[in-house]
Design a protein around this ligand. Sequence first.
Ligand code: HEM
Length: 408
Amino acid sequence: VSRRLSRRRLLELAGVGGAVAVAGGGVALLDRRDDPSQDEVAEVVPYHGVHQAGIVTPQQEHLRFASYDLTAAGADELQSLLRTWSTAAVRLTAGAAATRGASSEYAPPADTGEAMGLPPARLTLTFGLGPGVFDDRYGLASRRPAALADLPRFQRDQLEPESSGGDLCVQACATDPQVAFHAIRNLTRLAQGSASLRWLQEGFLSPPTRGGEQTPRNLMGFRDGTANLDPSDDDLMNRNVWAAAADGPTWMADGTYLVARKIRIRIEQWDRTALGEQERFVGRSKESGAPPGGTEESDPVTTSKLDVASHIRLANPRTGAQSEAGRILRRGYNFDEGVDEIGQLAAGLFFLAYQRDPRRQFTAIQSRLAESDLLNEYLFHTGSAIFAVPPGTQAGQHIAQGLFASTA
Ligand code: HEM
């Protein structure tokens, strides 16, 4: 939720209220103009809340997603990293420098500087814990959420270790790619000694408003997100996305689970496929997004009019309560990484899905897709990761604090 905030309020939210008074005294608050009417202050997504930001937040255009390997020696060091990251995230999302450190001519600057003078750009930072947090290194194995189950190997997977897995993740989304990069760079720097970068993924999408309130398109040229869950529907989010206390463990209540899949699209092959085939394979019209028999994107889907192996029919069989409960919140981004070794576009979809329990949501869907989706000829999955995304925090708390509490 973007809100118009005064600069003072902004700093209060960021917990850096004192910084104004001492700004002249060397606090490394980035150089901001002081007029609260300026757009930059309106571009803050509040960091604190019941849930982490960046999940039901309307999708910003740019993504930098980082996955880390933990090198921390024990649970205390892990907790201390999460505390450091949480403090920095409050500041970064408010448009401040990563840390409060004063600058000195004789030391590297506390903040790397490339976001100096830039607005907060609706930056959200969403943190996740991978299965490695619960292996035998940290004594937390008994606290591993059942829903954070390792994903099975799916048919056709061509996973590369260099874009899969990770003990921790940070999803940075912003309207300015440099702001997102800056956040990841500084969080990585702060993690030094405790966690190291494993892989990094960039993503982009054109904002819906640019196409006249339309659903953004993926690189297959189709609208992507038409039948997505509506993130503004709280009841639906409670049913399908947010973990409940009763799901266990209690420290994950109001959190969620993230599945990330890096999916390459065989673009050249797709571009040689007849329009009628493309539409039959997806199950929607390319231009309008309407299902077969309909004229509007929002028209209801008649399952019997879809090819049995079309993407949307397999992704959502619409067979009642079970397929309703299996629906996921998709929040993916397009990616484009130059040219591959055989001269083809190395582009695709970095698929991100949030859900209450991947075992009966992502995994159930992907098992069906991997087996017979008509799009399979044009897709291959090269990266995969799963993370528990703890609930949001209030001022003074850190991410996954409940995990470390003795009664968790
Ligand atoms: C590069 C890979 C993929 C592409 C290009 C793609 C494309 C699309 C398109 C064009 C739609 C129709 C519009 C919409 O409702 O959003 C769609 C729907 C959907 N996709 Fe995908 N998709 C991909 C991968 C996946 C994966 C890996 C999953 C989950 C395992 C998935 C799950 C869904 C779901 C649940 C829907 C909505 C179905 C409905 O309720 O009608 N997709 N996708």
